[in-house]
Design a protein around this ligand. Sequence first.
Ligand code: URA
Length: 229
Amino acid sequence: MNKHDQIKAFVKEELEIFGGPLYMPESQQETDTERSPVSTDIQTLSEFNTAIEGCMNCPLGATRTKFVFGVGNPNADLMFVGEAPGEKEDLEGVPFVGRAGKLLTDILKAIDLQREDVYIANVLKCRPPNNRDPNKEEIETCEPYLLKQIELIKPKLLVALGRISASTLLRTKDSLTSMRGKVFDYHGTDMVVTYHPAALLRNPNWKRPAWEDFKKIREMYLEKRGEQA
Ligand code: URA
């Protein structure tokens, strides 16, 4: 076992025994580069998936069933970012496969896109227990993975699905309403914000404004690809 695997095994065992993050004096903590393989010489999404799918860098590693890396076209121009895997995603290892996912697939079809045309990922790659909101530690640990995915995919447009995804990535407490209709810069890539499909299932009144957002998303996507709307 190399040093990295030994540390991972130790952290996993501690989490199983104590059920929470463990304290390590700073001198014993790994450096960022040791802790995450993000900064290594990874060139493809599948290599990256293999490198991080055993991640135990936060407590969610010990409670997940499957790591949910992301799915879709590795060269997609359009990339959707949800919050975190839910129950079904955790079991299958694929994002947006539950009821909300089915709605997302239907909305994509309505703007002439298939899931295979776009890339779909989440801010967190592991399910928070009982689908609670992601916490700061989890976000800080996992967001570099999303950044690396974006670096490899190079989408022309990012869509944050829902307030939690958007406010987490954009470091704001703004409401979803105030974020909709604006174009943000997320580490050099244009990002727009719309409703989470699960919110649309809970509140069908939001389907009409969401449809307006998705028409705009399609227009921006075609424009960025140099195609006619
Ligand atoms: N909700 C999300 O934010 N992501 C998923 O993958 C599923 C549900």
